[in-house]
Design a protein around this ligand. Structure first.
Ligand code: PEP
Ligand code: MG
Length: 600
Protein backbone atom coordinates (compact mmCIF):
# COMPACT_ATOMS: atom_id res chain seq x y z
CA UNK A 1 0.00 0.00 0.00
CA UNK A 2 1.62 3.29 -1.04
CA UNK A 3 1.38 5.18 2.22
CA UNK A 4 3.73 8.08 2.76
CA UNK A 5 3.63 10.35 5.71
CA UNK A 6 4.89 13.78 4.82
CA UNK A 7 5.20 14.78 8.43
CA UNK A 8 6.59 11.58 9.84
CA UNK A 9 10.20 12.69 10.12
CA UNK A 10 11.00 14.59 13.27
CA UNK A 11 14.19 16.54 13.91
CA UNK A 12 16.09 13.37 14.80
CA UNK A 13 15.21 11.98 11.39
CA UNK A 14 13.62 8.88 12.88
CA UNK A 15 10.44 8.10 10.96
CA UNK A 16 7.28 8.08 12.99
CA UNK A 17 8.66 9.49 16.24
CA UNK A 18 5.85 12.01 16.31
CA UNK A 19 3.08 9.42 16.32
CA UNK A 20 -0.04 10.56 18.16
CA UNK A 21 -2.88 8.39 19.36
CA UNK A 22 -6.14 10.33 19.67
CA UNK A 23 -9.24 8.95 21.35
CA UNK A 24 -12.76 9.58 20.12
CA UNK A 25 -16.16 7.97 19.75
CA UNK A 26 -16.42 4.95 17.43
CA UNK A 27 -19.40 5.68 15.16
CA UNK A 28 -18.84 3.49 12.11
CA UNK A 29 -16.76 0.29 12.31
CA UNK A 30 -13.75 -0.81 10.29
CA UNK A 31 -10.18 0.37 9.79
CA UNK A 32 -9.17 2.98 7.21
CA UNK A 33 -5.62 4.10 6.43
CA UNK A 34 -4.68 6.97 4.19
CA UNK A 35 -3.40 10.53 3.92
CA UNK A 36 -5.34 13.17 5.83
CA UNK A 37 -7.37 15.57 3.82
CA UNK A 38 -7.90 18.48 6.18
CA UNK A 39 -11.21 19.76 4.93
CA UNK A 40 -10.97 23.51 5.15
CA UNK A 41 -14.16 25.40 5.32
CA UNK A 42 -14.62 28.29 2.90
CA UNK A 43 -16.12 30.69 5.33
CA UNK A 44 -12.82 31.85 6.79
CA UNK A 45 -12.02 35.45 6.13
CA UNK A 46 -15.49 36.84 5.50
CA UNK A 47 -14.81 40.47 6.19
CA UNK A 48 -17.20 43.31 6.72
CA UNK A 49 -17.35 45.38 3.55
CA UNK A 50 -19.60 48.33 2.91
CA UNK A 51 -21.08 49.02 -0.50
CA UNK A 52 -21.52 52.26 -2.33
CA UNK A 53 -25.20 53.11 -2.84
CA UNK A 54 -24.96 52.34 -6.56
CA UNK A 55 -23.67 48.82 -5.87
CA UNK A 56 -26.71 47.71 -3.86
CA UNK A 57 -28.88 46.42 -6.70
CA UNK A 58 -26.00 44.48 -8.23
CA UNK A 59 -25.26 42.95 -4.85
CA UNK A 60 -28.89 41.88 -4.36
CA UNK A 61 -28.76 40.25 -7.75
CA UNK A 62 -25.53 38.47 -6.88
CA UNK A 63 -27.21 37.12 -3.73
CA UNK A 64 -30.27 35.88 -5.68
CA UNK A 65 -28.09 34.11 -8.22
CA UNK A 66 -26.05 32.44 -5.49
CA UNK A 67 -29.28 31.15 -3.93
CA UNK A 68 -30.39 29.70 -7.25
CA UNK A 69 -27.06 27.96 -7.78
CA UNK A 70 -27.11 26.63 -4.22
CA UNK A 71 -30.56 25.23 -4.88
CA UNK A 72 -29.32 23.47 -8.01
CA UNK A 73 -26.44 21.94 -6.01
CA UNK A 74 -28.84 20.64 -3.43
CA UNK A 75 -31.04 19.13 -6.11
CA UNK A 76 -28.04 17.37 -7.55
CA UNK A 77 -26.78 16.09 -4.21
CA UNK A 78 -30.32 15.07 -3.23
CA UNK A 79 -30.50 13.07 -6.46
CA UNK A 80 -27.27 11.23 -5.66
CA UNK A 81 -28.45 10.53 -2.12
CA UNK A 82 -31.79 9.23 -3.37
CA UNK A 83 -30.17 6.95 -5.91
CA UNK A 84 -27.60 5.53 -3.49
CA UNK A 85 -29.44 5.62 -0.20
CA UNK A 86 -33.13 6.18 -0.74
CA UNK A 87 -35.76 8.81 -0.07
CA UNK A 88 -35.14 9.37 3.61
CA UNK A 89 -31.58 10.48 3.06
CA UNK A 90 -32.56 12.69 0.15
CA UNK A 91 -35.05 14.54 2.31
CA UNK A 92 -32.21 16.12 4.30
CA UNK A 93 -31.23 18.02 1.18
CA UNK A 94 -34.78 18.89 0.25
CA UNK A 95 -35.12 20.36 3.71
CA UNK A 96 -31.93 22.40 3.15
CA UNK A 97 -33.36 23.61 -0.14
CA UNK A 98 -36.53 24.64 1.75
CA UNK A 99 -34.37 26.62 4.17
CA UNK A 100 -33.08 28.59 1.18
CA UNK A 101 -36.61 29.85 0.58
CA UNK A 102 -37.29 30.55 4.22
CA UNK A 103 -38.05 34.27 4.62
CA UNK A 104 -36.38 34.28 8.05
CA UNK A 105 -33.13 33.49 6.25
CA UNK A 106 -33.58 35.58 3.11
CA UNK A 107 -35.16 38.73 4.51
CA UNK A 108 -32.49 39.70 7.05
CA UNK A 109 -29.81 39.24 4.37
CA UNK A 110 -31.69 41.35 1.82
CA UNK A 111 -32.37 43.93 4.51
CA UNK A 112 -28.70 44.09 5.53
CA UNK A 113 -27.64 44.64 1.92
CA UNK A 114 -30.35 47.17 1.20
CA UNK A 115 -30.46 49.17 4.44
CA UNK A 116 -26.95 48.74 5.87
CA UNK A 117 -25.18 48.54 2.49
CA UNK A 118 -23.32 45.42 3.56
CA UNK A 119 -21.72 43.09 1.04
CA UNK A 120 -23.77 39.97 0.32
CA UNK A 121 -20.95 37.76 1.70
CA UNK A 122 -20.89 39.53 5.02
CA UNK A 123 -24.70 39.79 5.25
CA UNK A 124 -25.03 36.03 4.66
CA UNK A 125 -22.28 35.24 7.13
CA UNK A 126 -23.70 37.50 9.86
CA UNK A 127 -27.30 36.32 9.47
CA UNK A 128 -26.56 32.62 9.37
CA UNK A 129 -24.00 32.81 12.17
CA UNK A 130 -26.54 34.38 14.51
CA UNK A 131 -29.20 31.80 13.58
CA UNK A 132 -26.66 29.04 14.06
CA UNK A 133 -25.56 30.33 17.46
CA UNK A 134 -29.14 30.12 18.66
CA UNK A 135 -29.38 26.48 17.58
CA UNK A 136 -25.99 25.63 19.09
CA UNK A 137 -27.14 26.93 22.47
CA UNK A 138 -29.96 24.39 22.52
CA UNK A 139 -29.57 21.40 24.88
CA UNK A 140 -31.08 19.18 22.19
CA UNK A 141 -28.73 17.25 19.92
CA UNK A 142 -31.38 17.50 17.23
CA UNK A 143 -31.20 21.29 17.12
CA UNK A 144 -27.42 21.31 17.43
CA UNK A 145 -27.30 19.03 14.38
CA UNK A 146 -29.49 21.51 12.49
CA UNK A 147 -26.77 24.09 13.17
CA UNK A 148 -24.39 21.98 11.10
CA UNK A 149 -26.90 22.09 8.23
CA UNK A 150 -27.03 25.85 8.46
CA UNK A 151 -23.23 25.98 8.30
CA UNK A 152 -23.34 23.84 5.18
CA UNK A 153 -25.85 26.18 3.64
CA UNK A 154 -23.79 29.26 4.50
CA UNK A 155 -20.70 27.77 2.89
CA UNK A 156 -22.61 26.73 -0.16
CA UNK A 157 -24.00 30.24 -0.69
CA UNK A 158 -20.59 31.82 -0.01
CA UNK A 159 -18.91 29.50 -2.48
CA UNK A 160 -21.34 30.62 -5.17
CA UNK A 161 -20.98 34.25 -4.25
CA UNK A 162 -17.30 33.77 -4.86
CA UNK A 163 -17.92 31.60 -7.93
CA UNK A 164 -16.02 28.79 -6.27
CA UNK A 165 -16.42 25.13 -7.03
CA UNK A 166 -18.83 22.99 -5.01
CA UNK A 167 -16.49 20.15 -4.42
CA UNK A 168 -13.06 20.86 -3.07
CA UNK A 169 -10.27 19.12 -4.89
CA UNK A 170 -10.29 16.21 -2.52
CA UNK A 171 -7.87 13.38 -3.14
CA UNK A 172 -9.15 9.88 -3.58
CA UNK A 173 -8.34 7.39 -0.84
CA UNK A 174 -8.05 10.14 1.76
CA UNK A 175 -9.14 10.19 5.32
CA UNK A 176 -11.20 13.35 5.65
CA UNK A 177 -10.51 15.25 8.86
CA UNK A 178 -12.71 18.15 9.84
CA UNK A 179 -14.35 19.93 12.74
CA UNK A 180 -17.73 18.84 11.64
CA UNK A 181 -19.31 17.74 8.38
CA UNK A 182 -22.80 17.77 7.07
CA UNK A 183 -24.67 14.89 5.53
CA UNK A 184 -24.16 16.58 2.14
CA UNK A 185 -20.40 16.52 2.61
CA UNK A 186 -20.46 12.79 3.31
CA UNK A 187 -22.44 12.11 0.13
CA UNK A 188 -19.98 14.10 -1.98
CA UNK A 189 -16.90 12.67 -0.31
CA UNK A 190 -18.06 9.08 -0.56
CA UNK A 191 -18.52 9.68 -4.27
CA UNK A 192 -14.85 10.65 -4.47
CA UNK A 193 -13.93 7.29 -2.94
CA UNK A 194 -12.59 8.51 0.40
CA UNK A 195 -11.65 5.85 2.94
CA UNK A 196 -12.76 7.18 6.29
CA UNK A 197 -13.60 10.12 8.53
CA UNK A 198 -12.10 11.63 11.67
CA UNK A 199 -14.12 14.48 13.14
CA UNK A 200 -13.88 16.78 16.11
CA UNK A 201 -17.58 17.02 16.78
CA UNK A 202 -20.77 15.04 16.24
CA UNK A 203 -22.38 12.28 18.26
CA UNK A 204 -23.24 8.75 17.23
CA UNK A 205 -26.78 9.87 16.42
CA UNK A 206 -25.78 12.88 14.31
CA UNK A 207 -26.47 12.89 10.58
CA UNK A 208 -22.84 12.51 9.72
CA UNK A 209 -22.50 9.32 11.78
CA UNK A 210 -25.66 7.85 10.32
CA UNK A 211 -24.43 8.59 6.79
CA UNK A 212 -20.97 7.18 7.53
CA UNK A 213 -22.53 3.89 8.63
CA UNK A 214 -24.84 3.85 5.62
CA UNK A 215 -21.84 4.29 3.28
CA UNK A 216 -19.72 1.83 5.35
CA UNK A 217 -17.03 4.47 5.91
CA UNK A 218 -15.01 3.80 9.08
CA UNK A 219 -15.49 6.89 11.24
CA UNK A 220 -14.52 8.34 14.62
CA UNK A 221 -16.03 11.52 16.04
CA UNK A 222 -15.35 13.54 19.20
CA UNK A 223 -11.60 13.68 18.50
CA UNK A 224 -11.00 16.94 20.29
CA UNK A 225 -7.34 17.57 19.47
CA UNK A 226 -7.84 16.90 15.79
CA UNK A 227 -7.10 20.35 14.37
CA UNK A 228 -3.87 20.81 16.31
CA UNK A 229 -2.58 17.27 15.89
CA UNK A 230 -3.30 16.40 12.24
CA UNK A 231 -1.67 18.13 9.31
CA UNK A 232 -2.82 17.95 5.70
CA UNK A 233 -1.23 14.88 4.10
CA UNK A 234 -0.23 13.17 7.35
CA UNK A 235 -0.80 9.45 7.34
CA UNK A 236 -3.81 8.69 9.51
CA UNK A 237 -5.31 5.44 10.76
CA UNK A 238 -9.00 5.55 11.67
CA UNK A 239 -10.10 2.66 13.81
CA UNK A 240 -13.87 3.02 13.70
CA UNK A 241 -14.35 -0.07 15.85
CA UNK A 242 -12.31 1.14 18.82
CA UNK A 243 -12.76 4.88 18.37
CA UNK A 244 -9.05 5.61 17.91
CA UNK A 245 -7.28 7.85 15.42
CA UNK A 246 -3.53 7.38 14.99
CA UNK A 247 -1.63 10.19 13.35
CA UNK A 248 1.79 9.84 11.71
CA UNK A 249 2.06 6.19 12.84
CA UNK A 250 5.44 4.65 13.53
CA UNK A 251 6.34 1.97 10.97
CA UNK A 252 5.55 -0.78 13.45
CA UNK A 253 2.15 0.74 14.28
CA UNK A 254 1.37 1.07 10.60
CA UNK A 255 2.42 -2.52 9.94
CA UNK A 256 0.25 -3.64 12.88
CA UNK A 257 -2.82 -1.86 11.49
CA UNK A 258 -2.23 -3.02 7.93
CA UNK A 259 -2.21 -6.54 9.37
CA UNK A 260 -5.33 -5.84 11.41
CA UNK A 261 -7.05 -4.49 8.35
CA UNK A 262 -6.16 -7.67 6.46
CA UNK A 263 -7.26 -9.89 9.34
CA UNK A 264 -10.47 -7.90 9.58
CA UNK A 265 -11.15 -8.44 5.86
CA UNK A 266 -10.30 -12.16 6.18
CA UNK A 267 -12.58 -12.47 9.21
CA UNK A 268 -15.43 -10.78 7.36
CA UNK A 269 -14.93 -13.20 4.45
CA UNK A 270 -14.74 -16.23 6.73
CA UNK A 271 -17.83 -15.18 8.64
CA UNK A 272 -19.95 -15.25 5.49
CA UNK A 273 -20.29 -19.00 5.93
CA UNK A 274 -22.01 -18.37 9.28
CA UNK A 275 -24.95 -16.59 7.64
CA UNK A 276 -27.17 -19.63 7.04
CA UNK A 277 -26.24 -21.31 10.35
CA UNK A 278 -28.44 -20.94 13.43
CA UNK A 279 -27.28 -19.03 16.51
CA UNK A 280 -27.02 -22.12 18.65
CA UNK A 281 -24.56 -23.12 21.36
CA UNK A 282 -22.40 -26.27 21.20
CA UNK A 283 -24.91 -28.02 23.47
CA UNK A 284 -27.93 -27.01 21.40
CA UNK A 285 -29.32 -23.93 23.17
CA UNK A 286 -30.91 -21.74 20.48
CA UNK A 287 -31.33 -17.96 20.68
CA UNK A 288 -32.43 -15.36 18.12
CA UNK A 289 -30.30 -12.66 16.53
CA UNK A 290 -32.32 -9.74 15.24
CA UNK A 291 -31.24 -6.46 13.73
CA UNK A 292 -31.40 -2.86 14.94
CA UNK A 293 -32.31 -0.79 11.90
CA UNK A 294 -33.11 2.81 11.25
CA UNK A 295 -33.63 3.02 7.51
CA UNK A 296 -35.70 1.17 5.01
CA UNK A 297 -32.61 1.15 2.77
CA UNK A 298 -30.78 -1.04 5.29
CA UNK A 299 -33.25 -3.92 4.83
CA UNK A 300 -30.86 -5.80 2.53
CA UNK A 301 -28.53 -6.16 5.50
CA UNK A 302 -30.95 -8.62 7.15
CA UNK A 303 -30.28 -11.30 4.54
CA UNK A 304 -26.63 -10.32 4.12
CA UNK A 305 -25.88 -10.90 7.81
CA UNK A 306 -28.56 -13.51 8.52
CA UNK A 307 -30.68 -11.54 11.00
CA UNK A 308 -34.03 -13.01 12.02
CA UNK A 309 -36.18 -9.93 11.63
CA UNK A 310 -35.88 -6.57 13.31
CA UNK A 311 -35.62 -6.36 17.10
CA UNK A 312 -35.53 -2.56 17.18
CA UNK A 313 -36.70 -0.20 14.48
CA UNK A 314 -35.89 3.26 15.83
CA UNK A 315 -38.60 5.45 14.33
CA UNK A 316 -37.04 8.72 15.56
CA UNK A 317 -34.99 8.81 12.37
CA UNK A 318 -38.17 9.60 10.44
CA UNK A 319 -38.55 12.73 12.51
CA UNK A 320 -34.90 13.59 12.13
CA UNK A 321 -35.02 13.26 8.38
CA UNK A 322 -38.21 15.22 7.94
CA UNK A 323 -37.43 17.79 10.61
CA UNK A 324 -40.95 17.64 11.96
CA UNK A 325 -42.60 15.62 14.66
CA UNK A 326 -46.00 15.47 13.09
CA UNK A 327 -45.79 12.95 10.27
CA UNK A 328 -49.05 12.04 8.58
CA UNK A 329 -50.45 8.57 9.27
CA UNK A 330 -50.45 7.63 5.59
CA UNK A 331 -46.85 8.74 5.12
CA UNK A 332 -45.78 6.59 8.07
CA UNK A 333 -47.99 3.71 6.95
CA UNK A 334 -46.33 3.62 3.52
CA UNK A 335 -42.93 3.17 5.16
CA UNK A 336 -43.96 0.67 7.83
CA UNK A 337 -45.92 -1.40 5.31
CA UNK A 338 -42.89 -1.72 3.04
CA UNK A 339 -40.78 -2.79 6.01
CA UNK A 340 -43.33 -5.28 7.33
CA UNK A 341 -43.70 -6.82 3.88
CA UNK A 342 -40.01 -7.09 3.17
CA UNK A 343 -39.04 -8.44 6.59
CA UNK A 344 -41.81 -11.00 6.35
CA UNK A 345 -42.44 -13.77 8.85
CA UNK A 346 -39.41 -13.04 11.03
CA UNK A 347 -41.24 -9.87 12.09
CA UNK A 348 -40.48 -6.25 12.85
CA UNK A 349 -40.38 -4.59 16.25
CA UNK A 350 -41.46 -0.99 15.80
CA UNK A 351 -40.46 1.20 18.69
CA UNK A 352 -42.82 4.14 19.02
CA UNK A 353 -41.10 7.52 19.01
CA UNK A 354 -38.46 7.94 21.70
CA UNK A 355 -38.24 11.72 21.65
CA UNK A 356 -36.43 13.76 24.28
CA UNK A 357 -33.16 13.03 26.06
CA UNK A 358 -30.55 13.78 23.42
CA UNK A 359 -32.92 12.88 20.62
CA UNK A 360 -34.77 15.66 18.87
CA UNK A 361 -37.10 17.21 21.33
CA UNK A 362 -40.42 17.71 19.62
CA UNK A 363 -40.74 21.31 20.70
CA UNK A 364 -38.18 24.00 21.34
CA UNK A 365 -38.30 22.94 24.94
CA UNK A 366 -35.52 23.44 27.45
CA UNK A 367 -34.96 21.10 30.36
CA UNK A 368 -32.18 21.16 32.93
CA UNK A 369 -31.92 17.34 32.86
CA UNK A 370 -33.45 16.13 29.60
CA UNK A 371 -32.51 12.48 30.19
CA UNK A 372 -34.50 12.59 33.41
CA UNK A 373 -37.24 14.60 31.85
CA UNK A 374 -39.94 14.57 29.24
CA UNK A 375 -38.86 11.64 27.17
CA UNK A 376 -40.10 8.53 25.36
CA UNK A 377 -43.48 7.21 26.47
CA UNK A 378 -43.94 10.24 28.76
CA UNK A 379 -44.09 12.51 25.71
CA UNK A 380 -46.38 10.19 23.74
CA UNK A 381 -48.95 9.80 26.51
CA UNK A 382 -49.08 13.60 26.82
CA UNK A 383 -49.28 14.15 23.06
CA UNK A 384 -51.90 11.94 21.40
CA UNK A 385 -51.51 14.02 18.24
CA UNK A 386 -47.99 12.55 17.92
CA UNK A 387 -48.79 9.05 19.19
CA UNK A 388 -52.01 8.24 17.35
CA UNK A 389 -50.93 8.69 13.72
CA UNK A 390 -47.90 6.52 14.43
CA UNK A 391 -49.81 3.86 16.29
CA UNK A 392 -52.48 3.67 13.59
CA UNK A 393 -49.79 3.45 10.89
CA UNK A 394 -47.99 0.57 12.66
CA UNK A 395 -51.22 -1.30 13.29
CA UNK A 396 -52.27 -0.95 9.64
CA UNK A 397 -48.82 -2.20 8.57
CA UNK A 398 -49.27 -5.26 10.81
CA UNK A 399 -51.72 -6.61 8.25
CA UNK A 400 -48.80 -6.93 5.79
CA UNK A 401 -46.28 -8.76 7.99
CA UNK A 402 -45.88 -9.57 11.68
CA UNK A 403 -45.30 -6.41 13.71
CA UNK A 404 -44.58 -5.88 17.39
CA UNK A 405 -44.92 -2.59 19.23
CA UNK A 406 -42.31 -1.52 21.75
CA UNK A 407 -42.50 1.32 24.29
CA UNK A 408 -39.42 3.37 25.24
CA UNK A 409 -38.60 4.84 28.67
CA UNK A 410 -41.22 3.04 30.73
CA UNK A 411 -41.14 3.69 34.49
CA UNK A 412 -44.59 2.91 35.79
CA UNK A 413 -47.07 0.08 35.47
CA UNK A 414 -49.81 2.71 35.04
CA UNK A 415 -48.10 3.98 31.85
CA UNK A 416 -48.33 0.54 30.27
CA UNK A 417 -51.94 0.11 31.38
CA UNK A 418 -52.77 3.50 29.90
CA UNK A 419 -51.03 2.62 26.65
CA UNK A 420 -52.82 -0.73 26.46
CA UNK A 421 -56.19 1.08 26.66
CA UNK A 422 -55.17 3.41 23.84
CA UNK A 423 -53.89 0.44 21.81
CA UNK A 424 -57.12 -1.55 22.17
CA UNK A 425 -59.27 1.49 21.36
CA UNK A 426 -57.14 2.28 18.31
CA UNK A 427 -57.41 -1.28 16.99
CA UNK A 428 -61.21 -1.14 17.40
CA UNK A 429 -61.41 2.22 15.66
CA UNK A 430 -59.23 1.06 12.76
CA UNK A 431 -61.38 -2.01 12.23
CA UNK A 432 -64.51 0.16 12.34
CA UNK A 433 -62.85 2.40 9.72
CA UNK A 434 -62.46 -0.68 7.52
CA UNK A 435 -58.71 -1.16 7.94
CA UNK A 436 -57.18 -4.60 8.34
CA UNK A 437 -55.09 -5.13 11.49
CA UNK A 438 -53.25 -8.33 12.40
CA UNK A 439 -55.11 -10.60 14.78
CA UNK A 440 -52.45 -10.18 17.45
CA UNK A 441 -49.93 -7.34 17.67
CA UNK A 442 -47.59 -8.12 20.58
CA UNK A 443 -46.83 -5.22 22.92
CA UNK A 444 -43.49 -5.03 24.69
CA UNK A 445 -41.60 -2.55 26.81
CA UNK A 446 -38.01 -1.40 26.87
CA UNK A 447 -36.46 -2.03 30.26
CA UNK A 448 -34.14 0.93 30.59
CA UNK A 449 -35.05 2.48 33.94
CA UNK A 450 -33.73 0.61 36.99
CA UNK A 451 -37.13 0.78 38.72
CA UNK A 452 -38.65 -1.11 35.81
CA UNK A 453 -36.02 -3.83 35.99
CA UNK A 454 -36.48 -4.10 39.76
CA UNK A 455 -40.24 -4.43 39.33
CA UNK A 456 -40.10 -6.51 36.12
CA UNK A 457 -42.20 -9.12 37.88
CA UNK A 458 -45.09 -6.64 38.05
CA UNK A 459 -44.73 -5.53 34.44
CA UNK A 460 -44.49 -9.03 33.02
CA UNK A 461 -48.23 -9.89 33.14
CA UNK A 462 -49.00 -6.67 31.22
CA UNK A 463 -46.71 -7.21 28.26
CA UNK A 464 -45.86 -9.77 25.58
CA UNK A 465 -42.09 -9.26 25.75
CA UNK A 466 -39.30 -7.29 27.38
CA UNK A 467 -36.37 -5.67 25.61
CA UNK A 468 -33.53 -4.40 27.76
CA UNK A 469 -32.25 -1.00 26.61
CA UNK A 470 -28.79 -1.41 28.04
CA UNK A 471 -27.60 2.03 26.87
CA UNK A 472 -30.09 3.84 29.04
CA UNK A 473 -30.24 1.19 31.75
CA UNK A 474 -26.49 1.67 32.22
CA UNK A 475 -26.64 5.46 32.35
CA UNK A 476 -29.51 5.44 34.84
CA UNK A 477 -28.06 2.66 37.01
CA UNK A 478 -24.53 4.02 37.18
CA UNK A 479 -25.58 7.71 37.17
CA UNK A 480 -23.30 8.28 34.17
CA UNK A 481 -24.47 10.44 31.25
CA UNK A 482 -24.07 8.24 28.16
CA UNK A 483 -23.06 11.22 26.02
CA UNK A 484 -20.62 12.97 28.37
CA UNK A 485 -16.93 12.55 27.42
CA UNK A 486 -15.80 13.49 30.93
CA UNK A 487 -17.36 10.42 32.50
CA UNK A 488 -17.16 8.06 29.52
CA UNK A 489 -14.63 5.96 31.46
CA UNK A 490 -17.31 5.17 34.04
CA UNK A 491 -19.93 4.10 31.50
CA UNK A 492 -19.64 0.33 31.51
CA UNK A 493 -22.58 -1.89 30.64
CA UNK A 494 -20.76 -4.84 32.16
CA UNK A 495 -20.95 -3.34 35.64
CA UNK A 496 -22.35 -6.09 37.90
CA UNK A 497 -25.06 -3.64 39.01
CA UNK A 498 -26.36 -3.53 35.46
CA UNK A 499 -25.96 -7.28 34.97
CA UNK A 500 -27.99 -8.00 38.10
CA UNK A 501 -30.84 -5.85 36.77
CA UNK A 502 -30.69 -7.66 33.43
CA UNK A 503 -30.81 -11.00 35.24
CA UNK A 504 -33.81 -9.85 37.28
CA UNK A 505 -35.62 -8.81 34.09
CA UNK A 506 -34.90 -12.10 32.33
CA UNK A 507 -36.01 -14.17 35.31
CA UNK A 508 -39.25 -12.21 35.70
CA UNK A 509 -40.00 -12.52 31.99
CA UNK A 510 -39.39 -16.25 32.02
CA UNK A 511 -41.51 -16.85 35.11
CA UNK A 512 -44.40 -15.36 33.12
CA UNK A 513 -43.51 -17.11 29.86
CA UNK A 514 -42.44 -13.86 28.16
CA UNK A 515 -39.34 -13.70 25.93
CA UNK A 516 -36.61 -11.23 26.83
CA UNK A 517 -34.48 -9.39 24.29
CA UNK A 518 -31.63 -6.88 24.66
CA UNK A 519 -31.28 -4.14 22.05
CA UNK A 520 -28.66 -1.74 23.44
CA UNK A 521 -25.08 -1.61 22.14
CA UNK A 522 -24.14 -4.36 24.62
CA UNK A 523 -25.88 -6.89 22.37
CA UNK A 524 -23.23 -6.21 19.69
CA UNK A 525 -20.22 -6.70 22.00
CA UNK A 526 -18.88 -10.24 21.61
CA UNK A 527 -17.21 -10.00 25.02
CA UNK A 528 -20.66 -9.71 26.58
CA UNK A 529 -22.19 -12.48 24.48
CA UNK A 530 -21.42 -15.47 26.74
CA UNK A 531 -22.58 -13.53 29.81
CA UNK A 532 -25.90 -12.50 28.25
CA UNK A 533 -26.33 -16.00 26.91
CA UNK A 534 -25.65 -17.47 30.35
CA UNK A 535 -28.13 -15.09 31.97
CA UNK A 536 -30.77 -16.70 29.74
CA UNK A 537 -31.34 -13.91 27.20
CA UNK A 538 -33.64 -15.13 24.41
CA UNK A 539 -32.90 -12.53 21.75
CA UNK A 540 -30.04 -10.22 20.90
CA UNK A 541 -30.90 -7.23 18.73
CA UNK A 542 -27.90 -5.46 17.26
CA UNK A 543 -26.42 -3.50 14.38
CA UNK A 544 -26.18 -6.05 11.56
CA UNK A 545 -22.46 -5.45 11.02
CA UNK A 546 -21.76 -6.86 14.49
CA UNK A 547 -23.94 -9.93 14.05
CA UNK A 548 -21.31 -12.36 12.67
CA UNK A 549 -18.99 -11.89 15.68
CA UNK A 550 -21.79 -12.50 18.13
CA UNK A 551 -22.98 -15.57 16.26
CA UNK A 552 -19.45 -16.91 16.13
CA UNK A 553 -19.19 -16.65 19.91
CA UNK A 554 -22.59 -18.25 20.48
CA UNK A 555 -21.70 -21.18 18.25
CA UNK A 556 -18.36 -21.67 19.97
CA UNK A 557 -19.53 -21.99 23.60
CA UNK A 558 -21.61 -24.42 25.65
CA UNK A 559 -24.71 -23.00 27.33
CA UNK A 560 -23.88 -24.74 30.61
CA UNK A 561 -20.43 -23.06 30.66
CA UNK A 562 -21.97 -19.67 29.82
CA UNK A 563 -24.38 -20.07 32.75
CA UNK A 564 -21.45 -20.74 35.05
CA UNK A 565 -19.64 -17.63 33.74
CA UNK A 566 -22.78 -15.49 34.17
CA UNK A 567 -23.16 -16.66 37.77
CA UNK A 568 -19.57 -15.62 38.53
CA UNK A 569 -20.03 -12.24 36.85
CA UNK A 570 -23.14 -11.47 38.89
CA UNK A 571 -21.03 -11.85 42.03
CA UNK A 572 -18.06 -9.83 40.72
CA UNK A 573 -17.21 -6.62 42.59
CA UNK A 574 -16.82 -4.43 39.50
CA UNK A 575 -16.92 -4.18 35.70
CA UNK A 576 -13.16 -4.70 35.35
CA UNK A 577 -13.45 -8.09 37.03
CA UNK A 578 -16.38 -9.03 34.76
CA UNK A 579 -14.30 -8.11 31.70
CA UNK A 580 -11.35 -10.18 32.93
CA UNK A 581 -13.58 -13.18 33.58
CA UNK A 582 -15.27 -12.95 30.18
CA UNK A 583 -12.01 -12.47 28.28
CA UNK A 584 -10.39 -15.43 30.05
CA UNK A 585 -13.48 -17.53 29.26
CA UNK A 586 -13.32 -16.73 25.56
CA UNK A 587 -9.54 -17.02 25.26
CA UNK A 588 -9.79 -20.61 26.48
CA UNK A 589 -12.07 -21.49 23.56
CA UNK A 590 -11.01 -22.01 19.97
CA UNK A 591 -12.39 -20.04 17.03
CA UNK A 592 -13.39 -16.83 18.81
CA UNK A 593 -13.23 -13.47 16.92
CA UNK A 594 -10.30 -12.31 19.07
CA UNK A 595 -9.74 -9.19 16.96
CA UNK A 596 -13.09 -7.78 18.04
CA UNK A 597 -12.78 -9.19 21.53
CA UNK A 598 -9.55 -7.37 22.25
CA UNK A 599 -11.21 -4.22 20.88
CA UNK A 600 -14.31 -4.66 23.01
C1 PEP B 1 -31.05 1.71 24.79
O1 PEP B 1 -31.27 2.63 25.57
O2 PEP B 1 -30.29 0.76 25.04
C2 PEP B 1 -31.70 1.70 23.46
C3 PEP B 1 -31.59 0.67 22.65
O3 PEP B 1 -32.38 2.81 23.10
P1 PEP B 1 -31.68 4.14 22.54
O4 PEP B 1 -30.21 3.85 22.37
O5 PEP B 1 -32.36 4.45 21.26
O6 PEP B 1 -31.96 5.12 23.64
MG1 MG C 1 -32.91 3.94 25.19
Amino acid sequence: MPIRSQASLDSSGVPGDDERVLEGVPVSPGIAIGPAYAYARDREGVERRNLNADEVDKELDRFRQALQKAERDLDKIGGIAREKLGDDHARVFEAQADMLHDPSLRNPVVEAIRAEHLSADYAVHRTLTSQRDRLLASPSEYFRDRAADLLDLEERILRHLRSGKILSAIDEDSIVTAGTLTAADVVLFSRRGIRGLALQYGGATSHVSIMARAFALPAVTGVHALDTEIGHGDTVIVDGSRGTVIVRPRPDTLAFYVQRQKRHAALVRAQRKLVPLPPETLDGHRVRLRANLEFEEELDLLAKYGAEGIGLFRTEILVLMRRRVQIAEDEQFAIYKKIAERVGEAGTTFRVLDLGGDKMLPMAHREANPFLGWRGLRVLLDKPEILLPQLRAILRASAFGPARIMLPMVTDVAEVEHFRLILDATIDQLRRDGHAVAEHVPLGIMVEVPATALLAERFAPLVDFFSVGSNDLTQYTLAVDRGNDLVARLFDELHPGVLNLIRQTINAGHRHGKPVSLCGELAGQPLATPILLGLGLDEFSLSPVYLPDVKQVIRGVAYADAQQLAAECLLAPDAATVRRLALAFLRERPGMPMERLEAG
